[in-house]
Design a protein around this ligand. Structure first.
Ligand code: PLP
Length: 422
């Protein structure tokens, strides 16, 4: 077989995220009848939001100049100027952040934003050093794991686990274990966190921001689910940004993953570097999401929609899914749900589970339920013998009620069986 470069070996030979997206895409393409797809990060089709996308498409179709500009023109590499101006204004007015278009750069989804950012900051440097990305808390987003163009550059700190009552828990950053090294290029967290639904507290974020600043490295906050949009956040948490924080946003979880639109909010130098990378790698980005959103951004309507439609929709989904978990699991089964503070998932922990979560995944797949085994989300750990990594699973609660409820019933049966057989 053909020999590849290190880059080719790292990126061109399959990955966990590829398998996941392939399963997801095919399950959705088949109409979802064959499997209960609780595995992917697919946002729901919220009828009120889809009506808005339809309305915007009709408005664009009726304005020939807009249609021509959306389909027939390249955007500048940084993004659509009117979109960037409207976004900068929203961020200034709502959060008081000192932001202009020069602090922004559009990317081909948040996923690409992270590929650019990580490889911009970490990896081999001209001075001979090899730099790393520090994940102050794992489990963390599986999509980061394979993004290095050379050796893996993640180092992760396991969290403190706070148990809450009989059936809940929350991860907290273990600041006693957290160590910034000479070769740490950046700290990175998703908030709300995929896979757990955790939202790092304002205090945790303030401490991480201070640590980053003291060490002259950026703090990257992946805000794919956060404020101001899509605002899939159920706890009290304030968004933060300053010149030392790189914040990313995405239109995906608003309901537009097909438009592949991500946004980086950063210091001017970083935003310019991302823009340069876009030009080299892709010339420009898709402008369809930006064209759809631009007037909603300019009027501020997108903030109301996020608060009044998207957030309550997912909060309800989360509550229902938790209720079904409590109903489906035998009280004697040692199950715990991570506090659901945002995002699209429940993260379940089965302490002392007699089989690995990877084996549980296989058994569930045989029964037509797709989840993600939790072990994928624990990357970058120096000691891999931590049993907890093999005791968790992530399930998405965005699908229709029958699918989610039935899926949970089957998960509870299989988990119960695994404990009973031990
Ligand atoms: N970051 C997090 C935490 C995510 O969960 C996702 C998608 O699931 C992404 C980034 C990337 O999403 P997209 O590329 O669709 O913006």
């Amino acid at each position: 077989s053909r020999q590849y470069s290190i880059f080719g070996e790292q990126l061109g030979q399959g990955s966990g995220i590829e398998e996941l997206m392939d399963d997801l895409g095919h399950a959705l393409a088949s109409g979802g009848d064959e499997v209960k797809m609780l595995g992917g990060g697919q946002p729901a089709h919220i009828p009120e939001m889809n009506a808005i996308w339809r309305r915007r498409m009709e408005e664009i179709l009726e304005a020939p100049a807009e249609l021509d500009s959306m389909l027939c023109n390249y955007d500048p590499p940084r993004g659509k100027p009117a979109f960037l101006a409207a976004l900068a204004k929203i961020l200034r007015e709502n959060f008081g952040w000192n932001i202009t278009e020069k602090n922004l750069a559009v990317t081909n989804g948040g996923q690409s934003a992270f590929f650019f950012l990580f490889n911009l900051l970490a990896g081999k440097h001209a001075d001979g050093s090899t730099k790393e990305i520090l994940l102050p808390l794992v489990p963390e987003y599986i999509g980061y794991a394979n993004q290095s163009v050379s050796e893996s550059f993640f180092r992760a700190t396991p969290p403190k686990i706070e148990t809450i009552g009989k059936h809940q828990f929350k991860y907290r950053v273990d600041f006693d274990q957290l160590e910034i090294k000479q070769n740490t290029a950046a700290i990175c967290v998703s908030r709300p966190t995929n896979p757990t639904g955790n939202v790092l507290t304002d205090n945790e974020i303030a401490k991480l921001a201070k640590l980053a600043e003291e060490n002259n490295i950026p703090l990257i906050i992946d805000n794919a689910y956060g404020a101001p949009f899509p605002n899939i956040i159920f706890s009290e948490a304030n968004p933060v940004w300053n010149e030392n924080i790189i914040l990313t946003l995405s239109l995906s979880k608003l309901g537009l993953p097909g438009t592949r639109t991500g946004i980086i909010i950063a210091d001017e130098q970083t935003a310019a570097a991302i823009t340069s990378m876009t030009a080299v790698i892709g010339l420009a980005n898709s402008n369809i999401g930006q064209a759809l959103l631009e007037p909603l951004m300019r009027s501020g309507e997108i903030l109301q929609l996020s608060k009044q439609i998207v957030q309550p929709f997912y909060l309800e989904k989360s509550k229902l899914a938790q209720q079904w978990v409590h109903e489906a699991f035998d009280e004697q089964t040692p199950y715990r749900i991570h506090l659901s503070e945002g995002a699209l998932f429940l993260w379940l922990w089965f302490e002392g589970l007699p089989i690995s979560s990877a084996e549980l995944y296989e058994r569930l797949k045989k029964r037509g339920v797709l989840i993600i085994s939790g072990h994928y989300f624990f990357f970058g750990l120096e000691h891999s013998d931590w049993q907890h990594q093999h005791e968790c699973l992530r399930m998405t609660f965005t699908m229709d009620e029958a699918t989610v409820k039935d899926g949970i019933r089957i998960i509870a049966e299989e988990v119960g069986r695994a404990y009973a057989q031990a």
